[in-house]
Design a protein around this ligand. Sequence first.
Ligand code: NZQ
Ligand code: ZN
Length: 392
Amino acid sequence: MNNFNFYSPTEFVFGKGRENECGELVKKYGGTKVLIHYGGKSAIKSGLIDRVRASLDKSGIAYCELGGVQPNPRDTLVYKGIELARKENVDFILAVGGGSVIDSSKAIAIGVPYDGDFWDFYSGKHAEKALPVATVLTIAAAGSEGSGDSVITKEDGMLKRGTGSDVLRPRFSVMNPELTQTLPAYQTACGATDIMAHVFERYFTNTKEVEITDRLCEAVLCTMVKETPRVIADPDNYEARANIMWAGTVAHTNIVGVGREQDWNSHGIEHELSALYDCAHGAGLAVIMPAWMEFVYKHDIMRFCQMAVRVFGCNMDYADPEKTALAGIKAFRRFLHDIGMPINFTELGAKEEDIPVLVEKFGIGDGRTGGFVHLSAQDVAEIYRIAARAAL
Ligand code: NZQ
Ligand code: ZN
């Protein structure tokens, strides 16, 4: 196991009705003037925004509001948010929504105290200062409620880029699984795919002797394999929603990834799809992740066998382990299909002829990238090709 620091200062406030505690939580963490940031309409329609307002009113916390965050959140709204937060002397940002709302909130939070263009932080600069951010989560997916990461799309050129800093870790995250019961099945499945991908990015590692994190990864993956079909069939199943919601956070606070080298190529390769086609991140991952697995599995066949046997219940073929490894990848793709995810370019709405553009935007030139397997631009093109033509 490698040396590591694990820093996860967020207070997770989990369970039914906990959004009614927002006001007291903001007070506890020193907020006096809040920007409530939210998305399209789901949080208004469900009455959640009203409950958040009421809770802030009750605690005597002043607030202003900015809605309209769209999936794959844009830089243009971030600029508006920074301007509004400065004008209103906001000292705390409350994200009410999913990963897109939370990431937009984090971008505003680093932009407000910074003299330059906030995009600098999405072009390599490290954030040292930010307004405090907290979240009321409405979808189990990105894990942004517990991470120090934020991903924003620059509208000019549709460039999707991320930044990461401990100053972006939320002070608190309210997690009421009931809030996810209004999610359409497709969005639930996109979230489930993202959660599994966050684990796989960490699971496929060259670091030896990482039994504890291997087993934690497998626990999250097995939970998702069991619970996702349950919520797709029965959207109001509180217990299944609760298990998925916590799995989403555990998958991405990095508790399952510490002490081991991680990969993250599938995420980078996917981000170009959601940037170019404005598709859901989870849907893009459903197309890319199994294709990446098919491209790299020979690098460590026994690790893929371990996944196949422990997560998807495949039989171990000791005479021909490659068969087991491939059966595991096949089972994963079948699972994604069964929960309603696209598995190839056609189903996603992507085009094979765009592969050169995608590779160009991925932007590694003559270099190599990744942790488990170091990929060249040609390798990335091949993964897109496998993804384009994938079938069950
Ligand atoms: O805008 P509204 O009306 O709220 O609709 C949203 C949106 O259309 C809807 N939704 C959310 N909660 C709902 C709901 N609809 C009904 N009922 C509810 N309770 O769901 C749609 C998707 O929301 P979004 O926030 O985009 O989903 P998600 O949480 O999957 O976030 C995706 C974004 O997070 C980034 C992705 O790249 C993508 O931009 N990621 C962020 C990460 C991070 N910060 O750590 C890591 C991830 O790997 C990921 O890259
Ligand atoms: Zn993700």
